[in-house]
Design a protein around this ligand. Structure first.
Ligand code: PHE
Length: 338
C-alpha cells in the first residue's frame, strides 16, 4: 500500500509540473482525486489491509492527498497568472479612457454643510419651521407693525386665508421660543420667499440660515465673537469682519455684518453678508403672550439672532457673478464645485 501511494504521489507531481492549461489540469484532478480517480480507488483498498498497518497507511494517504491538492492549486494559480498577463498584452493603451462623472454636492449644500458643522461645534442645534406661515410668526411676533413695507402685498406672497410664504427664516425663532423655555441655541436653515424681480442678485425663492441664542446674560460680545468665528471658518481665518449699525424691527441694537473681500486683481472692498442683533424685548414680550407665561422675561434674559443668505455666501466665496446660475442646474456650471 505504502509503495503504491508513493508511486501515485510521484506520478502526480511530475504530471502536474507538465500541465500547460487549466482544462487539462482539471481533467487531471478528476483522474486522481475524482470518484473513480487513482487515489480514490487506492483508498478504497484500505479496508483490505491488516489492522495494525491501517494507521500508517491512513496517514500516508492523507499526506499524499494533501500534497496533490496543494500542487494542483499552485499550478492553477500560475496558469491563471499567465492567462491574465497574456490578456493584458492585448490591451490597447492608446485607446481614449472612459470618462467618469462622479456627482457632487450643490454649492448651496456645500456652504450649508460648512456653516452647520461650525455652528454645531459651537453648541447650536438644528430647528425648522413651515414655509407657509402665519402673519403672526412672520411679522407681528417679530415686532414688525402692519404698516411695515415688508408686509406689503407687492413684497410678499399671500394666500387667500391670510397666510403667506415666509419672507425670512426668523419665523423659526418665534416657533422655537413658543415651544421651548430658555436657554435656546438653534440654527434654522431653509427657504425664504419674496416678491422680488429675478435678476443677477435676486431670486424670489432663496435660502437663509437663521441663528438664535437666548439665555441669561447673553451679550453683544458673544454675538460678535460667534459670528466672526463662523464667517472666518467659511472665508478664511484672517478675513476682516465688521459690524455696521443697521435696523431690524426684531433686534435692538441691530447690525449688518460686512466682510472684506480681496477680489482677484481688484481693490479689496467690504461686502454685506448678514443681518444680526440683540433680540428686541418686544419679541420676548410677544413670545410670552403666546406662551401665556413669563419664561422670556426681558429683564432676566437676553439673546442674539442672526440671518445669512446662503446664495449670497456661495456667490461671494466662489466669485459667482449671477445668482441664477445656482438654480439653472447647468451641469457645466455645477461641475466646477467638486
Ligand atoms: N431676517 C432678517 C432678513 O431676512 C435677517 C436677520 C435675522 C436680522 C436675525 C437680524 C436677526 O433680512
Amino acid at each position: 500500500m505504502l509503495e503504491e501511494l508513493e508511486a501515485i504521489h510521484a506520478d502526480a507531481i511530475s504530471a502536474i509540473a507538465e500541465m500547460a492549461d487549466i482544462d487539462g489540469l482539471e481533467a487531471f484532478r478528476v483522474s486522481y482525486l475524482g470518484r473513480k480517480g487513482r487515489l480514490t480507488v487506492a483508498a478504497a483498498r484500505m479496508k483490505d489491509i491488516p489492522k495494525e498497518d491501517k494507521p500508517a497507511a491512513g496517514k500516508a494517504l492523507n499526506e499524499v492527498r494533501n500534497a496533490i491538492t496543494a500542487a494542483i492549486g499552485e499550478k492553477g494559480e500560475s496558469l491563471q497568472i499567465a492567462i491574465d498577463a497574456k490578456a493584458a498584452e492585448n490591451v490597447d493603451v492608446t485607446l481614449p479612457g472612459r470618462l467618469m462623472h462622479p456627482g457632487a454636492r450643490h454649492p448651496i449644500s456645500q456652504i450649508l454643510d460648512r456653516a452647520v458643522a461650525t455652528l454645531r461645534r459651537m453648541g447650536f442645534s438644528l430647528a425648522s419651521g413651515p414655509e407657509i406661515e402665519t402673519e403672526w410668526h412672520c411679522f407681528d411676533a417679530l415686532n414688525t407693525p402692519p404698516e411695515h413695507p415688508a408686509r406689503n402685498e407687492s413684497d410678499t406672497f399671500y394666500f387667500e386665508d391670510g397666510r403667506l410664504l415666509r419672507t425670512h427664516t426668523s419665523t423659526v425663532q418665534i416657533r422655537t421660543m413658543e415651544t421651548s423655555p430658555p436657554p435656546v441655541r438653534i440654527i434654522a436653515p431653509g427657504a425664504a420667499f419674496r416678491r422680488d424681480e429675478i435678476d443677477s442678485t435676486h431670486l424670489s425663492h432663496f435660502n437663509q440660515l437663521e441663528g438664535l441664542y437666548v439665555d441669561e446674560g447673553v451679550s453683544l460680545a458673544e454675538l460678535k465673537g460667534s459670528l466672526e468665528y463662523l464667517l472666518r471658518s467659511i472665508f478664511g481665518e484672517k478675513t476682516p469682519v465688521r459690524f455696521r449699525p443697521h435696523f431690524f424691527p426684531f433686534t435692538e441694537p441691530s447690525f449688518e455684518i460686512d466682510i472684506m473681500l480681496e477680489a482677484r486683481g481688484k481693490a479689496s472692498k467690504w461686502i454685506e453678508i448678514a443681518g444680526c442683533g440683540m433680540v428686541d424685548p418686544d419679541v420676548f414680550n410677544a413670545v410670552n403672550k403666546a406662551r401665556g407665561d413669563n419664561a422670556y422675561a426681558p429683564d432676566k434674559i437676553s439673546g442674539f439672532a442672526f440671518g445669512l443668505g446662503l446664495e449670497r455666501l456661495a456667490m461671494i466665496l466662489w466669485g459667482i457673478s449671477d445668482i441664477r446660475l445656482l438654480i439653472e442646474n447647468d451641469i457645466r456650471f455645477l461641475r466646477q464645485f467638486p
